[in-house]
Design a protein around this ligand. Structure first.
Ligand code: NDP
Ligand code: 13P
Length: 297
């Protein structure tokens, strides 16, 4: 099979490496990369199976400017919620192609470990089971894949876990201990499930790879860009400086604000995301901690 990857960042390159094991993979990015299989946007868009691996916050503008519907399907590998429109990625893509040509990738997957061909498990969610199974065939044997139809559950899991990961980094940066981090992650899982179920997600999705799996991974490792943002915030470093030094996307920085806006509008209790959004805007972490601990859960 042939696959065209849009996005040559860490995740696009990792997926390109994985797909290239057994299939013809082409990759396009704004900045040319000197890797085998690098192709023009036209060559990539000509592939019937596409993978979108750009940051969530550029989805809208990128699709408007570049996407030409020639009957392709898209596996969305981005994780986030649009901070300007406060809508899920499936709604952004649905403006350009029908949901039966859309699938979403989620689960615990640091690109760096995929590049080392370390064992990984992922979920492909689509309203079109046959499409999910087609995308499954692209993955090499070191990546185990599961499929389901809970697109919202996959999206909310992948997006929200980044926000809880920032909170976990703050917790460790403040040296609050293992009890505190475990409690924060557990309550974060409850919070993301509450948010997702409100928008139609299946609660079971948050107990699996998409939710608990990706949350445990991202909230417990310095391999996570979002976790590292939290460490920096705990040490009172300016967010602009943290992101400049990171040099890569940290989706939770934007998703936190989207979650709080959507939660406020819909009346959903999102205490951790709310405090993360406050800390991203400069609220001292210890004040947030006090406010979180003083709230009735
Ligand atoms: N890294 C990981 O471990 C994983 C990441 N993801 C998700 O994948 C998505 C991409 O993340 P990742 O690859 O890690 O991010 P990186 O920061 O590594 O790369 C981002 C890429 O996006 C490109 N880009 C940024 N803005 C634009 C734009 N306006 N137009 C065109 N291209 C743009 C950059 O291009 P340029 O190089 O030209 O600046 C860069 O190649 C995110 O949603 C992330 O959450 C999911 C699972 C794992
Ligand atoms: O989504 C990821 C792992 O599943 C990558 O996490 P970070 O974006 O926090 O690095």
């Amino acid at each position: 099979m042939e696959v065209g990857i849009i996005g040559g960042g860490k995740w696009g390159q990792a997926l390109h490496f994985a797909f290239s094991k057994n299939h013809k993979s082409r990759l396009y990015s704004r900045t040319p990369k000197h890797i085998e299989g690098f192709a023009s946007l036209e060559e990539v868009l000509a592939c019937p199976l596409l993978v979108f691996a750009l940051p969530a916050q550029v989805v809208g503008e990128w699709l408007e400017a570049n996407f030409v519907d020639k009957g392709q399907s898209i596996l969305v590998a981005a994780k986030g919620i649009d901070v300007r429109k406060h809508i899920f990625l499936n709604e952004m893509f649905a403006k350009h192609l029908p949901e039966n040509r859309l699938a979403f990738l989620s689960g615990p997957s640091f690109a760096a470990e995929v590049m080392r061909a370390l064992p990984t498990a992922l979920v492909i969610s689509s309203h079109n089971t046959s499409l999910a199974q087609t995308y499954e065939k692209l993955f090499p044997s070191f990546i185990k894949t599961y499929t389901n139809d809970d697109v919202v559950g996959a999206e909310v899991s992948g997006a929200y876990k980044n926000v809880i990961a920032i909170a976990s980094g703050i917790c460790d940066g403040l040296e609050l201990g293992n009890n505190a981090r475990a409690s924060l992650i557990a309550r974060g899982l409850v919070e993301m499930a509450r948010f997702g179920v409100h928008f139609g997600a299946k609660e079971s999705s948050f107990l699996g790879l998409s939710g608990a799996g990706d949350l445990f991974l991202t909230a417990s490792s310095t391999l996570s860009r979002n976790y590292r943002v939290g460490l920096g915030l705990a040490h009172l470093r300016p967010l602009e400086q943290i992101l400049k030094e990171l040099g890569e996307v940290a989706e939770g920085v934007y998703t936190a604000k989207a979650i709080v806006s959507m939660g406020t509008k819909e009346g959903i209790y999102t205490p951790i995301a709310k405090e993360v959004a406050h800390m991203l805007e400069g609220k001292p972490p210890l004040e947030s901690l006090r406010d979180l601990l003083s709230q009735n859960g």
